[in-house]
Design a protein around this ligand. Structure first.
Ligand code: 5AD
Ligand code: SF4
Length: 474
């Protein structure tokens, strides 16, 4: 085959070229450009994968739009909780009619949900209008898979169980010109007992630090000022590299990139958060004053059953250390309610941690049974009514606390990175503080991507209204 002696990235560019020719033919047949749309479910990792998919689609010549009426619709799916799966089936059902009206339409499905064999079986049987199915390990092959679909003219399915491969240097299309996510590692080795991620995203593998730094430096040269470093457990970054390097050291190196103004990262597992990392966070002004630190449960007993490998006390101690080193840090978290065997006492332990930590915000989830995970077969699954009641109590507490905590900067002047024109009022712009809180203030499109000092005049529970203070900093 022609492409045998090439690197993987070169092979994929070859297929992009082939697809481009096909698309040009389609374009002249139809007498209009062809459009594509990537619909993303789930986490930041998926959002980043979607940018890569968009990059490939643009390279092929598709015009990117934000509508499921596009000629090519790609669903990048999530399977962390069951309702995410149900939503995808619902959307696919509706697409059947839409596809009937457009003979050049293609539908692709990818992402975590596709790594589950039962899902693929169901799609093969009941959703024959899907053209292309691939998983989380081979998104770099997107162009090749499109090419197969258009040449073979039948449903193409390519799911890998796992991979060691990390393919560098493929195109990507950033949603924002001034900020981007950067994968530093893939997969997860933690096997929290409720979580399906290790089964669908595979074993942990870190990118080489040089590759990460080069990607960020290139993005900065292209106008990016803020990066979000992405991994399921960033604190174990680099441990398995041939030349091991700690996450803290990687952060230090990244902060030295000239022109880069803000560095964020997620997600941090409390069990792996080192003193070295806390020190770097305290010393390095480019690192944003925000840490997402999933608690999951405040009960040591439940944490043990979740295989989280820390206790309630370990977690609280960690929070104390973080606050001592970075007093103004905002903490956010994830909490699961209704894990099997959770008693009222266990739940009250969670409420206790929530009160003691004072989170700026917390994502609260009702436990969802994921087939194949150890928790799915645990005894004492909690009755739905009990879970709902606990969930509502937790949500109320979280919101009351967040409203108080968020307002602590009222009246001060803080740097805001402006992200967009306000969606409700075009005279306003919307941006974020270093601690990730949203701020709206009077401004215009010229401010987008710039850091502007803003007086935070009024806190409205979770966000601020503000006023720009004279000077615009770059
Ligand atoms: N049920 C409910 N929530 C879950 N999460 C992960 N797995 C499950 C599950 N089975 C939550 C965790 C994780 C977040 C991304 O999703 O809180 O941190
Ligand atoms: Fe899932 Fe735990 Fe890995 Fe997070 S650390 S992805 S919750 S297994």
């Amino acid at each position: 085959m022609l492409t045998e002696h090439l690197t993987e990235a070169e092979r994929q560019y070859y297929y992009m070229e082939q697809c481009r020719r096909w698309l040009e033919e389609q374009r002249s047949k139809l007498g209009r450009p062809l459009t594509a749309s990537v619909v993303t479910f789930g986490c930041q990792m998926n959002a980043r994968d979607s940018e890569k998919l968009r990059g490939i689609l643009e390279n092929i010549g598709y015009e990117m739009i934000d509508s499921e009426k596009a000629d090519f619709v790609i669903y990048n799916t999530c399977t962390v909780r069951e309702n995410a799966n149900l939503r995808v089936y619902g959307r696919l059902g509706q697409m059947k009619q839409i596809k009937k009206k457009n003979s050049s339409m293609l539908i692709a499905l990818c992402g975590c949900m596709m790594q589950e064999p039962e899902v693929v079986e169901k799609l093969k049987k009941s959703y024959r209008h899907v053209d292309l199915i691939f998983g989380t390990h081979n998104i770099f092959k997107f162009a090749e898979l499109i090419y197969r679909r258009i040449t073979e003219n039948k449903m193409v399915i390519d799911i890998w169980k796992d991979t060691e491969q990390i393919v560098e240097d493929l195109p990507n299309d950033r949603k924002y010109s001034f900020k981007t996510g950067v994968n530093i590692m893939f997969g997860c080795n933690n096997f929290c007992s409720y979580c399906i991620v290790p089964y669908v995203r595979g074993r942990e593998r870190s990118r080489q630090p040089e590759d990460i730094i080069r990607e960020i430096a290139d993005a900065v040269a292209d106008g990016v000022v803020e990066v979000m470093l992405l991994g399921q457990n960033v604190n174990s970054y680099g441990k398995n590299l041939e030349t091991p390097i700690s996450f803290a050291e990687l952060l230090r190196r990244i902060c030295r990139i000239p022109g880069l103004l803000r560095v964020r990262f997620m997600t941090s597992h409390p069990k792996d958060l080192s003193d070295e990392l806390i020190r770097v966070m305290a010393e390095e002004p480019k690192i944003c004053r925000h840490l997402h630190l999933p608690l999951q449960s405040g009960s040591t007993e439940i944490l043990k059953k979740m295989n989280r490998r820390y206790t309630k006390e370990d977690y609280l101690l960690l929070v104390d250390k973080l606050r001592a080193a970075c007093p103004d840090i905002s903490l956010t978290t994830d909490i699961i309610v209704g894990f099997p065997g959770e008693t009222e006492e266990d739940f009250l332990e969670t409420m206790d941690v929530v009160r003691r930590v004072g989170y700026d915000s917390a994502y609260t989830f009702i436990y969802s049974k994921r087939t194949g995970t150890p928790a799915a077969v645990m005894e004492n699954q909690v009755p739905e009514a009990v879970v709902k009641d606990r969930f509502n109590r937790l949500l109320e507490e979280v919101q009351n606390i967040a409203a108080k905590v968020c307002s602590r900067h009222e009246g001060t002047v803080q740097d805001v990175l402006v992200e967009e024109i306000n969606r409700q009022d075009e005279h306003l712009v919307t941006g974020r503080l270093s601690n990730n809180t949203v701020v709206h203030f009077a401004g215009d499109a010229s401010m987008i991507g710039k850091i502007v000092p803003v007086r935070l005049t009024c806190c409205k529970n979770f966000y601020y209204m503000g006023e720009a203070v004279n000077l615009t900093k770059k």
